[in-house]
Ligand binder design. Sequence first.
Ligand SMILES: NC(=O)C1=CN([C@@H]2O[C@H](COP(=O)(O)OP(=O)(O)OC[C@H]3O[C@@H](n4cnc5c(N)ncnc54)[C@H](OP(=O)(O)O)[C@@H]3O)[C@@H](O)[C@H]2O)C=CC1
Ligand SMILES: O=C(O)C1=N[C@H](C(=O)O)C[C@H](O)C1
Length: 253
Amino acid sequence: MTVRIGVTGATGRMGGEVLAAAAEREDLEVVLAVSRSADEEVEGVAVESAADLPALLAEREPDVLVDFTGPESCVEYASACAEAGVALVTGTTGLSDEQFDALETLADDVPVLYASNFSRGIAALRRAVREAIPALDGYDIELTETHHNAKRDAPSGTALTLLEDIDDVRGDAERVHGREGEAPRTEGEIGVHARRAGDIAGEHEVLLAGNHESLSLTHRAGSRGVFAAGALDAAAWLSGRDAGWYDFTEVLE
Ligand SMILES: NC(=O)C1=CN([C@@H]2O[C@H](COP(=O)(O)OP(=O)(O)OC[C@H]3O[C@@H](n4cnc5c(N)ncnc54)[C@H](OP(=O)(O)O)[C@@H]3O)[C@@H](O)[C@H]2O)C=CC1
Ligand SMILES: O=C(O)C1=N[C@H](C(=O)O)C[C@H](O)C1
């Protein structure tokens, strides 16, 4: 059965990637695409006004809306989904705790799948980090992420997810965002570094060092296509499921 999808932020970097990737898939059909700046075609799809999203959801009846926009719009579009009974896949990062709470509440009404990163490589990196930490007890940990120069939020959503993973395994640690001046490392702290340059699609490195050795676990996205493909896999998987909060790792099981 063909899964009917809607795309928000269609004029954005990820919105365009999602539309391009969807055009290559036979299991999905794009039935609407919106952004605040409508009146354009992206990847041959007409982009309509995001202000009309509630009406468009009711009229076109997509199974799943795929969202890569901004934190406020993500919650706004999720509310429209809950109202219309449409499932939501979102990879928007930079959400506050309150915005995550709002999304989780809306998941009482419709299926919501959130992932700070839709690449399989990051899913594997997360597993590797969870395995490495207990094997390298007491080693210092530094996390570095590198993204294109237009990224708004820092640290990246993926970096925050990796930090949560580290805390889960090792207990809550102090996070030191960059260092300057007299700033010696304290035991157990995690250094967090965000670099912004050029058009880098996304790199994450978890460095563990101690006992005269170091282990660097690094993921590099070659293009945004990997995130778009993962989000569409998630949309296909989510369609028809019960209301609730879902994770990308469930899609990969
Ligand atoms: N989870 C993952 O795997 C990935 C997540 N991301 C995340 O996706 C998000 C989008 O990234 P990217 O595509 O590079 O960003 P862009 O700025 O290129 O695109 C964002 C799009 O969303 C719309 N938008 C932005 N802010 C708002 C807002 N406040 N209200 C309504 N619409 C808004 C813009 O369109 P317009 O202004 O025309 O409405 C634009 O089309 C970011 O949070 C990023 O971190 C990115 C890559 C992978
Ligand atoms: O903004 C981006 O580009 C990306 N954002 C996500 C994040 O914040 O982790 C995922 C990916 O790294 C690309």
